[in-house]
Design a protein around this ligand. Structure first.
Ligand code: SF4
Length: 459
């Protein structure tokens, strides 16, 4: 399931074949199209279209280009539309200093007025920001509070701006430009931000993605954006579809589409991940568990810790996967006996096993658990997370107060004796670690592989 989070199928470009456009989108696996209003007239048409086509939802708002025409009577009309069924947000609103079709101070006032409308009715906003980074952020920060949330659409800012928007509770949506050859800076932003904050869009009829450039864009082309983002995030199309759809469901409150129960086993790329506990001996400041039940679109908040037999049933044939990974929403070595028995059975059936761990296993059990894992685990990823003991205590807040960082390094060295493939990982954020120093520690001091991973708990 893919969702085009930003389309303008109300535009005249679609007047002759709107039925076929929606039909083609459905056939291509696009489950929802969110039609974005940009003027009062376009918003009215978008709402009518949403009433006519099941998969289409609508937003209403005044684009910064038309800010000069906004007044209180027009706002009253918008409020009437916002009350209608399937109207889910205010937008697109914001600032456009590239075209400057309306005076900047007017754009700012109309932006704030519409944020106020959204806040009054508790709906998200869809933000357009072009060459107006400072003022957009300033206004969002000043207007923040009482649940302001939404989407930065067709994001064209830098990584710093993306993080500031995420910290303000916003999602970042990418359109066709991410597929263009000259968009390397934008692609770096995609790589840096967490999938849990990503969305995809076409902004059709504009911005056709490669290889459709030069043609009218339409919702089915959101697939090309999804594929490019998957390539950049090392995720499959299926993963991107699941994650970005969940992001939409959560933002707009499409609750009936959201998985309510925590998963014991879940697939990412071609690997099967086993979620065997939600307990952990760290309380990392960046841990996804503290702000979400979901990772990569999967609900991982368990209502019970799975038994060995449950896990074996979920795994089925382990050779169907590249590897089976003990991971989840906690520290798997807390359940050492489960890891040993399940890994043994996977190996007996010809599967490959990886363990993702915080490296506290020996501290937890007061013995060298690595000897016991020999022959059962093919590869191990240990989260070192940072480059010094002080930083580790500050960032990871380990239950083992003294010497946890050194114990993790000792665990990594010991792993080399018993497990064929050892990697240490850090989060790719300069606020958490000096990546170059961590790489040196991995390759020169510990003699293992090094990998930077994105901002969530799944390796
Ligand atoms: S990021 Fe990993 S090690 Fe840190 S608290 Fe979360 S589950 Fe535990």
């Amino acid at each position: 399931m893919l969702i085009d989070s930003h389309a303008h199928i109300d535009m005249p470009e679609f007047d002759n074949d709107r039925d076929e456009v929606v039909e083609r989108a459905l056939k291509a696996g696009i489950s929802y199209i969110i039609n974005i209003g940009s003027t009062l007239e376009a918003s009215r048409k978008g709402v009518e279209i949403a009433q006519r086509y099941d998969p289409v939802y609508a937003t209403v708002g005044i684009h910064p280009h038309d800010a000069a025409y906004a007044n209180s009577k027009l706002y009253d009309e918008l409020k009437i539309l916002l009350d209608k069924e399937k109207v889910i947000a205010v937008g697109e609103i914001g600032l456009d200093y590239y075209r400057d079709y309306s005076p900047r101070e007017v754009q700012q006032k109309v932006f704030r007025d519409q944020i106020g409308i959204a806040r009054d009715i508790n709906k998200p906003i869809i933000v357009h920001s072009r060459d107006a980074k400072e003022d957009t952020l300033r206004i969002l920060k000043e207007e923040k509070g009482s649940g302001l949330r939404g989407i930065l659409h067709c994001f064209s800012g830098d990584e710093k701006m993306a993080w500031e928007c995420i910290d303000l509770g916003f999602y970042i949506s990418f359109a066709g430009p991410v597929t263009y050859t000259n968009a390397s800076r934008l692609r770096e932003v995609v790589k840096a931000i967490p999938p849990e904050r990503l969305l995809i869009e076409t902004d059709c009829p504009y911005l056709s993605p490669h290889p459709m450039r030069g043609k009218r864009n339409e919702p089915m082309n959101v697939r090309y954006v999804a594929e490019k983002i998957g390539e950049l995030k090392r995720l499959s199309l299926e993963d991107i579809a699941r994650v970005t759809s969940l992001n939409i469901f959560r933002l707009f409150g499409f609750d009936n589409n959201i998985e309510k129960e925590g998963k014991i086993a879940y697939k990412i790329r071609d690997s099967l991940y086993l979620n065997i506990t939600n307990q952990c001996t760290n309380e990392c400041t960046f841990c996804v568990r503290f702000y979400s039940d979901y990772v990569q679109g999967h609900n991982l908040m368990l209502d019970h810790e799975p038994t060995i037999e449950e896990l074996i049933t979920y795994i089925g044939d382990p050779t169907e996967y590249d590897e089976v990974v003990f991971c989840g929403y906690g520290e798997p070595t807390l359940r050492l006996d489960v890891i040993k028995e399940v890994a043994k059975r996977i190996k007996e059936r010809g599967g490959k096993v990886r363990l993702n761990t915080n490296g506290h296993g020996n501290l937890i059990h007061g013995k060298n658990i690595l000897q016991e894992l020999q022959g059962l685990i093919d590869s191990i990823s240990v989260s070192l997370n940072t480059d010094s003991s002080d930083k580790y205590n500050r960032i990871c807040r380990p239950r083992f107060k003294n010497g946890a960082y050194d114990a993790v390094k000792e665990f990594i060295l010991e792993s080399k004796k018993y497990i064929p493939d050892v990697t240490i990982t850090i989060i790719n954020s300069p606020d958490l670690a000096d990546a170059k120093e961590c790489e040196r520690i991995a390759t020169e001091e510990l003699g293992v592989k090094f990998r930077e991973r994105s901002y969530n708990v799944v390796g």
